[in-house]
Design a protein around this ligand. Structure first.
Ligand code: UT7
Length: 341
């Protein structure tokens, strides 16, 4: 049953309001199934399905980079927004798997889509990056610095996965999602509230320790897989559940809403058990969550961006609905956003 939006959430910010005027996404063609993985490492479709909910994930081609996937998602979002690349003032790419350490992947996207009037930079907040970038983009519009901001979450996690480690290699996938932010006088698709947070005390439970200045990759350490994702799964799981619940409450509180007002929750797509634990503790029926991790696995910064686009294009988001997006990732970092669609 469609919920009636409350007409005047307390925290709708003064100044320019910000709307999502277009979304887009892209996933590579190649599907990697659980059964295929069970040939590579000691695992089974049954273990992966019951412990994570993931059935398959997409893997980018060898010569298909994060910026390529980001550009495909960006162009789809521009088309939906009825805009052209020259209209974009700022490109923010959230990614943990950039084409290179520098320059920013956003600069490659700028060239690939022809956004010659845009500033371009990357946001590093691991899986939380898309919503963190969305908040940053929103601030630039609210402050009248820019009119049109392109926010992208894009990952080629297959390039930073240790394919011999069954603890992690079954979890991740590649893809990209994008959203275009603009001020609109009408309030539809508007950002009502945002929250971001982090706790650097837990950096080492989810990280890629090598490849930076602290542990450069050398001929001597190349075999240690330092340039791949390392994760203490159980610790991350516990932190993910509590942080996402806390972040959800903070954004709802700022919006002057309760969870009962929310028609659709779009959570980080890491593990369906994490989503079920959040559903149980917050007393949210599971059918109110948008879940696509069974098809894509965990695509980190791209996950909520792809899910938002799919929910938008499949008609899951109805005019006037309140939508909650909530994410969690390495850092540790977390973020939440309430939208009025
Ligand atoms: O995107 C950022 C956020 N990331 C996350 O939120 C991920 C959070 N963590 C998780 O989703 C879960 O902790 C995992 C899916 C990573 C692991 O699930 P778990 O239920 O926490 O399993 P576990 O790590 O406690 O491992 C249980 C057992 C272990 O065997 P022993 O030690 O009990 O004999 C693992 O070695 O499962 C074993 N195992 C596997 N078995 C078959 C671990 N991976 C696999 C596998 N196939 N792929």
């Amino acid at each position: 049953m469609k919920r009636q939006p409350r007409s005047n959430p307390r925290s709708r910010k003064p100044g320019r309001s910000v709307s999502i005027v277009g979304t887009g996404s892209y996933v590579p063609e190649r599907v990697l199934t659980n059964d295929e993985l069970s040939v590579r490492v000691q695992t089974t479709d049954e273990w992966i399905t019951t412990r994570t909910g993931i059935k398959e994930r997409r893997i980018a081609a060898k010569d298909e980079y994060t910026s390529d996937m980001a550009s495909r998602a960006a162009l789809a979002a521009l088309e939906q927004a009825n805009l052209v690349a020259e209209d974009v003032d700022l490109i923010l790419v959230a990614t943990a798997s950039p084409d290179m350490i520098f320059p920013a992947t956003a600069c490659f996207v700028q060239t690939k889509i022809g956004a010659k009037n845009a500033a371009a930079l990357d946001v590093s907040a691991a899986c939380s990056g898309f919503l963190v970038a969305l908040e940053i983009g929103q601030q630039f519009i609210t402050s009248h610095t820019y009119d049109t901001v392109m926010v992208i979450g894009a990952e080629k996690l297959s390039s930073i996965t240790n394919w011999t480690d069954r603890n992690t290699c079954v979890l991740f996938g590649d893809g990209a999602g994008a959203a275009i932010l603009q001020h609109r006088d009408e309030k539809s698709h508007g950002v009502i509230s945002t929250h971001i947070g982090s706790d650097g005390n837990y950096s080492d439970i989810l990280w890629m320790p090598g490849g930076g200045c602290k542990q450069p990759i050398t001929a001597e350490n190349a075999h240690q897989h330092l340039q791949t994702i390392h994760m203490s799964g159980r610790d991350v799981y516990r932190q993910a559940v509590s942080s996402m619940i806390d972040a959800s409450k903070k954004a709802l509180d700022k919006a002057g809403l309760t969870i009962d007002d929310i028609a659709c929750v779009i959570p980080h797509q890491a593990n369906v058990r994490i989503i079920e634990a959040i559903a149980e503790r917050m007393k949210i029926p599971m059918d109110r969550f948008f879940v696509n991790l069974d098809r894509y696995g965990n695509t980190s910064a791209a996950a909520v961006a792809i899910a938002l686009d799919e929910a938008n294009r499949t008609g899951r988001l109805k005019t006037g609905d309140y939508i909650l997006m909530v994410v969690f990732g390495g850092g540790l970092t977390w973020s939440s956003t309430v939208l009025e669609w």
